[in-house]
Ligand binder design. Structure first.
Ligand code: SF4
Length: 287
């Protein structure tokens, strides 16, 4: 397994913390957090701050470099903003050295400034797919709004994390178009997701094959050469199976450890053990 992988490069790990789950009124066809599709997932309003801090400590113990505070929903309301700021301050107080990322949907310059003041280092907002394909996937908000939020992130001086998801029925041209749009924003990190089918969702099956997915990782690295991390996020296990560490040979240098937002990943320790067994160096730098 994974016999000829280049093990010389540093690998970064990132953990996500779903601090509000499954309560979204938007209709993104790939997302189990939308209340419209009634997927069988955990739904809750606000995770306890103590639990968020515990998860951050665990993430650091598991060699995570980044820790992402994710909320469901189209964007930041006053209440949600106050909650994310409270969580960010609590995590930062622990001085764990984590890069703190917020991922809370559409956000204005003013809201992003407040997050920055609370200690958030980076903001994750994915374009998801190409501009022309987006209306087939989401009807409750526009792609342009997403692009504007990414521009707002840059304007306030937060580091931008911006990627997308493949396998929703998009064409190869649309995949390339999304990568071009991401490249135009010059993000720090680019998370790539691969659609995970769920019987509750309107999209029945992923439309991307493993070899195409590997090629897209290489293409993303080529088209966005200055991104510090090309990160493989949701769908890693399902898409790449026993070949999942080959992603590092194709241009990725980071992945999400532990559970994803509504689906379970491999245990972080399992991943770390396998990476180290294969000779990879996990970068444990401090923010
Ligand atoms: S992707 Fe975001 S905005 Fe869309 S349904 Fe899921 S949580 Fe809501």
């Amino acid at each position: 397994m994974n016999a000829k992988i280049n093990q010389t490069k540093d690998i970064f790990l990132c953990a996500i913390c779903n601090i509000e789950s499954g309560t979204c009124n938007e209709d993104c066809k790939f997302c189990t957090q939308s209340v419209k599709y009634k997927a069988d997932i955990q739904r809750y309003k606000q995770k306890e701050i103590e639990q968020i801090v515990e998860e951050a400590k665990m993430a650091r113990k598991n060699s995570a470099n980044g820790f992402c505070l994710v909320t469901a929903g189209k964007g930041l309301t006053d209440k949600r903003l106050a909650f994310v700021c409270e969580a960010a301050k609590a995590v930062k107080k622990e001085n764990l050295g984590l890069i703190l990322i917020a991922c809370n949907g559409t956000a204005s310059v003013e809201q992003l400034e407040k997050l920055k003041e609370a200690g958030v280092d980076a903001y994750n907002h994915n374009l998801e797919t190409s501009r022309d394909f987006y209306p087939e996937i989401v009807t409750t908000h526009s792609w342009d709004e997403r692009y504007q939020t990414c521009k707002n992130v840059k304007e306030v001086g937060l580091r931008l994390v911006c990627g997308g998801i493949f396998g929703l029925g998009e064409t190869q041209e649309q995949r390339v178009s999304m990568l071009e749009s991401i490249a135009s924003l010059e993000p720090m990190n680019v998370p790539l997701n691969f659609f995970i089918p769920n019987k509750a969702l309107p999209i029945e099956a992923s439309t991307i094959k493993r070899e195409e997915a590997f090629e897209l990782i290489t293409l993303a690295r080529k088209m966005i050469p200055n991104a510090k991390k090309i990160m493989i996020a949701g769908g890693r296990e399902l898409m790449f199976g026993e070949e999942q560490y080959k992603i590092f040979d194709k241009g990725a240098n980071a992945f999400v450890i532990g559970n994803y937002l509504t689906t379970e990943g491999k245990s972080a320790q399992e991943d770390i053990d396998e990476l180290e067994k294969l000779g990879f160096k996990i970068k444990r730098e401090r923010a």
